[in-house]
Design a protein around this ligand. Structure first.
Ligand SMILES: [Zn+2]
Length: 272
């Protein structure tokens, strides 16, 4: 069975941007104009920080703005204080992520179960702690330069950084993605302050314009991608592989000789 994205979309595009600086507002304008969906990884401990308080002059989104600013996108955790977790004890790591979840869930009114690792570093110990505190996926920083979905969503590596000198070429390669990749996914990450400090937003504007309005692309947040791919991996098959049961709440789509079909939530289906 070859899976395909919801409603027969061939490919998916997702973004995540970290550190909740005020520049996120301008980035969201660009994403919304182009129909892009992004996950914003937020450090609840820095929210509300002003230029006067921060030696580097950073201005952060205010806590009371979080719900409205990010309403069209996903909010995920990034550690309360953006600590370098590789050298922390287990209880300290629990605090960084579990307390961030609590704070962000209170501000958004939603479940917050995604994450990005501050500084990207992580190992089995850290991944297990995140799993324990209810995190479903977490993103590192090493570029894969490919379009395969992750094997393990707690070790989710992006395709590339937004400032990658080859991002336009990578985007073109994605638009002409080879058919042998199942559920092709392009994942771009970065920080809005990288555009904000240079006052040059043309790179991300050009990329979004190039990728927008494609009827074969699913524009989705990290969590939407996780939930869908997780559903494809949760199907139950008969021993002969001819009957499939969908125990999830998500309709799962697959390719057929003349297009695509689906297995609805709770449905058992004979595969032709
Ligand atoms: Zn960060």
């Amino acid at each position: 069975m070859d899976f395909i994205y919801p409603n027969g979309k061939k490919q998916a595009l997702t973004f995540s941007f970290d550190d909740n600086q005020d520049f996120d507002k301008k980035l969201i304008e660009i994403f919304d104009k182009n129909g892009m969906k992004c996950t914003f990884n937020v450090n609840s401990g820095t929210l509300g920080g002003t230029a006067e308080e921060n030696p580097d002059g950073n201005v952060y989104i205010k806590p009371e703005e979080v719900k409205e600013v990010y309403k069209n996108h996903e909010v995920a955790v990034h550690g309360v204080e953006h600590k370098y977790i590789a050298t922390l004890t287990d209880p300290m790591i629990v605090n960084e992520f579990f307390e961030d979840r609590k704070a962000l869930e209170a501000l958004t009114g939603k479940l917050v179960q995604g994450a990005a690792y501050a500084f990207g570093r992580h190992d089995e110990r850290i991944m297990n702690i995140l799993r324990t505190v209810g995190i479903k996926y977490a993103r590192g920083v090493a570029s894969t330069y490919d379009f395969f979905p992750p094997m393990d969503f707690l070790d989710w590596c992006p395709t590339c950084h937004q400032a990658d000198p080859n991002i336009i070429e990578i985007g073109e390669r994605f638009l002409n993605c080879p058919g042998y990749i199942e559920l092709p996914l392009m994942y771009v990450w970065g920080h809005s302050y990288e555009f904000g400090r240079s006052k040059d937003w043309s790179g991300i504007e050009k990329f979004c314009e190039m990728m927008s309005g494609k009827d074969y692309i699913w524009y989705a947040t990290n969590m939407e991608i996780y939930e869908y791919i997780n559903a494809t991996r949760s199907l139950e098959f008969s021993a002969d592989g001819k009957k499939v049961f969908n125990p999830t709440l998500i309709e799962v789509f697959y390719k057929t000789a003349d297009g695509f079909s689906s297995i609805k939530s709770g449905e058992t289906k004979i595969i032709k």
